[in-house]
Design a binder for this molecule. Structure first.
Ligand code: SF4
Length: 376
């Protein structure tokens, strides 16, 4: 097992103080089950102590993990260490809402060993934050970033959303300029997607507003990439940028290269060998299953070599690292270069991929349409 295959641990905190109207993730705004949820989480951890020994990344996501009290957060980290080994320099990330961050909460986070803080800024435009129904303001976002630095976090990630109805490239670039002024180590830029079941999705499908057309989406994507690359960031995955290679998300890399990971909490996904499984999404169902001494697993799938191969290609083409033909053959028993020579040649002519030194890379245009590149 090489270092890239050391497992990662994901902890899902399925609670939010308010529901953002564009969000399709399962989360509860009632915090009353929180103590019972934590008890169940600790039991679930113990259930896996024999099949996962050590981790080199922990990602506490949600939901909104930053709504946990300092004691609750600390108890999670204590229990993780009781049940599993952590590699000495493990990357330990927490997702946060700017409204929850202040000197005191950040110091508590650092005290537990968390060394990477991901802040859901979304925009530096108050109008955009209002449209997205976020519970934080631009001012709180700025204070949160400043407090994170002041507390001593050396690995700060900012999440941003673009493609808001009516947003111009100029106003989006203004948000990017404000973001890079803080020199965050990591930036994630997601395009707004509107799912039918969400309040914002319903308003869209009712014709209340329109979203960016395909040409404009492409332009936003390319301008984002160009702006951040010029600002010194590497565009290393479709939506992700890092100031240096060491600041790429080690945890997310595991999802992209079929490394094993254990997901604990409602709706969390896990992957080991060629098996993937995921937990019940509902907090009540999750707690009930664990309290009945059962793994709270909703479903398990065993992937065939063919499925793994297609997934690896799909995921590889979403990253700057691309796909190494030899590694691919060793791992998935498939000579991609020979078997798909004609198709690869065509994609190369179209400027979507490049092939160099036994490696397949997506070009910037290829990254922009990475979802359809998997069709090869
Ligand atoms: S805070 Fe995050 S998880 Fe919670 S509703 Fe908003 S977008 Fe969804």
């Amino acid at each position: 097992m090489n270092s890239e295959q050391t497992p990662g641990l994901y902890i899902h905190i399925p609670f939010c103080l308010s529901k953002c109207p564009y969000c399709d993730f399962y989360s509860s705004t009632s915090l009353s089950p929180l103590p019972l949820f934590l008890d169940a989480l600790f039991i679930e951890m113990a259930m896996h102590r024999n099949d996962f020994n050590s981790f080199d990344t922990i990602y506490i996501g949600g939901g909104t993990p930053s709504l946990l009290s300092a004691q609750q957060l600390e108890s999670i980290l204590v229990r993780i260490r009781e049940n599993f080994d952590l590699i000495w320099n493990a990357e330990i990330t927490i997702e946060t809402n700017p409204a929850d961050l202040n000197q005191s909460s950040l110091e508590s986070m650092r005290g537990t060993g968390i060394n990477r803080v991901n802040i859901g800024i979304q925009s530096f435009d108050q109008e955009v934050l209002r449209f997205l129904g976020r519970r934080h303001s631009v001012q709180q976002a700025i204070l949160a970033i400043e407090a994170s630095r002041k507390t001593g976090f050396h690995n700060i990630g900012l999440d941003l959303i673009y493609g808001i109805p009516g947003q111009t490239i100029h106003s989006w670039i203004d948000t990017l300029e404000q973001a890079v002024a803080f020199a965050p180590e990591h930036l994630s830029c997601y395009q707004l997607t509107l799912e039918t079941a969400t309040p914002l999705g319903k308003r869209y499908y009712a014709g209340e507003f329109s979203i960016l057309g395909e040409d404009l989406q492409y332009e936003f994507f390319m301008k984002t990439s160009q702006f951040l690359e010029e600002a010194g960031y590497t565009h290393y995955e479709v939506s992700n940028f890092a100031r240096e290679t060491r600041y790429t998300s080690r945890h997310n890399q595991k999802y992209w290269d079929h490394s094993p990971y254990l997901g604990l909490g409602p709706g969390a996904h896990s992957f080991q060998h060629n098996r993937r499984w995921w937990n019940h999404r509902s907090v009540d169902q999750y707690i009930a299953a664990v309290n009945a001494a059962n793994l709270p697993v909703e479903e398990t799938e065993t992937l065939t070599m063919e499925q793994l191969r297609l997934e690896a290609l799909y995921l590889g083409l979403r990253t700057k690292k691309g796909v190494n033909f030899e590694d691919f053959q060793n791992r998935y028993q498939y000579d991609l270069f020979t078997e798909k020579k004609k198709m690869l040649g065509k994609l190369q002519e179209e400027g979507l991929i490049s092939i160099q030194g036994g490696h397949l890379y997506p070009t910037p245009t290829g990254l922009a349409i990475a979802d359809s590149l998997s069709l090869i």
